[in-house]
Design a protein around this ligand. Structure first.
Ligand code: MN
Length: 505
């Protein structure tokens, strides 16, 4: 079981209040879930402690870590929000409620609206910390997916591949997105996974041996040339990422040269170019494979020098050269440093990350300015600095408004009581909702509840509403419903049902 110390030790310089808060949440959560266990048979609390540990390892602050420990209390043990607020305050309650709300969102499997669902997911998070807790929660659930009943595994894994991993990727947390993908892969494409794993297993073993040797000779040359380096290592390409590459580029795994890659980390940018020069002087590069992502970063902000060389013993190896900063950024988030430098040199910040700004904590207290800690002390620097750079000129509220318009101007997203998402045109009513579920439900609708309250059938639905339709076998559509309906599909069904019933009379 993960201990309080293990969690706290991951925080760079925790203050006494941080440790106390985490300890309090740890004990509270352990107590609240003591009669629950996981499918694995372990106490339920292991899930919460692991989630908190993941959050700490990704640089989140004590408030988020505490909320991570408590994230299932509202849903699973029915501790009231009042109690949570009294014990832990409004900010932590807000985060837990956010996570609970996201938990109600359910992926359909046949959904052709994956992009909408991802956007909705992000917009509904409202706060980057909610999203981080949800991602950490999912990561631990994926690590223990083999214990879950089989019929649920595939749905959860597909949802992870379609929704969670891409969100982590866009946040720039490649480490997390890669782990999510590789955990989901065998459940979603079992055959392909098995084939690829067998195919690469031997290659991995052979290659890693060769690569160790190659790295040794690189180190020798670096030492001889007096080039300072931080460390060398090799990285193994994620199996799912390899699968995608083979799919999209229609290649055989043998033709993919970066399954294993050598990585050289240096201190300064100029050292990257020196190392590249030295490598090309020693080993012959493969033409057309030299990439300067430092001068020309990838659209997602990734920076490094890549080259592929013949090692001289019949092997071909990709070599990645980057600074430690670039490495950290690429694993843990499109970083602060890129944003900072970009501002100075006038280089563009990756545009596809603008949405992060909308997610900055609204509830974070600004007392930090007094303490000199910066505005959002609970989110790690790599998110904070990027955003602060970006929000200097523009007003926060305007951003949020733009985002909302973007997502929601013409469509609304409402939910069934089971959490299924239905997207409808704006100004839709329960009539549209009922027919979008099934024409039989529409045709026998006797009433509707929105967010638990009985409403009239012409009530306009709003984003996030939970809509429940009651049916009776004797109920029939009325001509009035045609006016209430916004979708042509509902109107058509109503008309034909009315005609049918007239005919039968
Ligand atoms: Mn959970």
């Amino acid at each position: 079981m993960v201990t309080v110390d293990e969690i706290v030790n991951l925080i760079p310089s925790p203050e006494k209040t941080d440790i106390e808060l985490i300890k309090k949440a740890y004990i509270f959560a352990q107590e609240s879930h003591k009669s629950h266990s996981r499918f694995s048979g372990e106490p339920y609390f292991t899930h919460l402690a692991e989630t908190a540990k993941i959050l700490a390892s990704y640089g989140m602050g004590s408030t988020t870590i505490a909320a991570g420990l408590l994230h299932d209390t509202l849903e699973d043990v029915e501790i009231g929000p009042e109690k949570l607020e009294k014990e832990f305050g409004g900010e932590i309650l807000f985060l837990i409620e956010g996570v609970t709300k996201l938990g109600k969102l359910r992926y359909h499997g046949t959904d052709r609206h994956n992009e909408s669902l991802r956007k909705l997911f992000v917009a509904m998070s409202e706060d980057i910390r909610v999203l981080m807790i949800k991602l950490a929660d999912r990561l631990h659930n994926m690590r223990t997916l083999s214990y879950i009943p089989e019929e649920k595994q595939k749905r959860i894994a597909t949802e992870t591949l379609e929704i969670y991993a891409p969100i982590a990727y866009r946040l720039g947390i490649r480490k997390l997105s890669r782990e999510l993908e590789d955990l989901a892969f065998p459940f979603v494409f079992p055959e392909e996974w098995k084939k690829l794993q067998e195919l690469t297993k031997q290659k991995y073993e052979e290659d890693s041996e060769n690569l160790e040797k190659f790295l040794k000779s690189i180190k020798k040359v670096l030492a001889k040339e007096n080039i300072p380096f931080v460390r060398t290592e090799y990285r193994v390409k994620g199996l799912y990422s390899l699968y995608k590459k083979i799919q999209t580029k229609k290649k055989h795994p043998e033709e993919v040269h970066d399954i294993l890659a050598a990585r050289i980390l240096v201190k300064e940018i100029q050292d990257c170019y020196r190392v590249l020069g030295m490598i090309h002087a020693t080993w012959r590069p493969l033409p057309g494979r030299i990439k300067d992502y430092i001068a020309f970063p990838k659209p997602n902000g990734y920076q490094a020098l890549h080259t592929t060389v013949f090692t001289g013993d019949g092997n071909i190896v990709e070599v990645q050269i980057k600074t430690e900063e670039m490495y950290r950024d690429s694993e843990f988030g499109i970083a602060s440093h890129i944003a900072y430098k970009a501002g100075k040199s006038g280089k563009k910040i990756p545009e596809n990350l603008e949405w992060i700004e909308h997610l900055m904590p609204k509830h974070a207290i600004d007392h930090s300015a007094v303490q000199g800690k910066g505005k959002y002390e609970d989110v790690p620097g790599w998110i904070r600095e990027l955003v602060e750079h970006h929000t200097q000129e523009k007003d926060h509220e305007t951003f949020r408004e733009d985002l909302r318009k973007d997502f929601f101007e013409h469509r609304i997203f409402v939910f069934s009581p089971m959490g299924d998402v239905v997207d409808l045109p704006a100004e839709s009513t329960p009539v549209d909702f009922a027919y979008s579920i099934h024409s039989a439900i529409g045709n026998h609708m006797s009433g509707a509840k929105v967010n638990g309250k009985l409403v009239s059938l012409d009530t306009k639905l709003h984003n996030g509403d939970i809509v429940e339709i009651t049916t009776k076998s004797s109920a029939k559509p009325s001509t009035k419903w045609i006016e209430y309906a916004k979708t042509t599909m509902a109107k058509r069904h109503i008309r034909s049902a009315i005609q049918k019933s007239k005919r039968s009379q």
